[in-house]
Design a binder for this molecule. Structure first.
Ligand SMILES: [Zn+2]
Length: 153
């Protein structure tokens, strides 16, 4: 019968662009360190954005097997009521982005199916911050959507 490849299995131009921005080449690291001031900034932005989601990219690099994250890269039109993560292809060309952070209005910091798909395609490390938007309501995930450990430094 039909032997066409399902369109959903073909990498689209947007997938390629996001891959280019966040890096498809997975680097090895054993530990993640998040800058304490960055956590404060994420908390503040999540609160100010509420009830909207916000999304940003995480800036950092891997050195000596440590993934050190110390900056945010904001995207035009980063807040919306739905699908904030999927809008990240609107971002300007930047280097040194290693993952993403976005907020979940509500108390569930678990990744949605769209989040899991995004994580699997992009970057190394991802954060979701839910209400009440404090350092205890932040959860971290690896590219497979598994909860990840990190240190605040
Ligand atoms: Zn989400």
């Amino acid at each position: 019968m039909a032997d066409e490849i399902p369109p959903k299995n073909k990498p689209g131009i947007l997938d390629k662009l996001i891959g280019h921005l966040l890096g498809n080449n997975k680097q090895n690291f054993q530990e993640v360190q998040l800058d304490a001031a960055l956590i404060d900034e994420i908390i503040q932005i999540a609160r100010e954005s509420h009830p909207n989601e916000f999304v940003a990219l995480l800036e950092g690099k891997v050195k000596d097997k440590i993934l050190k994250i110390d900056g945010l890269v904001f995207l035009p039109g980063e807040t919306s009521n739905q699908g904030a993560v999927m809008k990240t292809f609107m971002k300007p060309m930047v280097t040194g982005t290693v993952g993403s952070v976005h907020s979940h209005p509500g108390y569930n910091a678990s990744p949605s199916p769209a989040d899991l798909y995004f994580f699997s395609k992009n970057g190394l490390f991802h954060l979701i911050i839910a209400e009440p938007y404090d350092e205890y309501s932040i959860r971290a995930y690896d590219t497979r959507g598994r909860e990840a450990e990190y240190m605040i430094v």
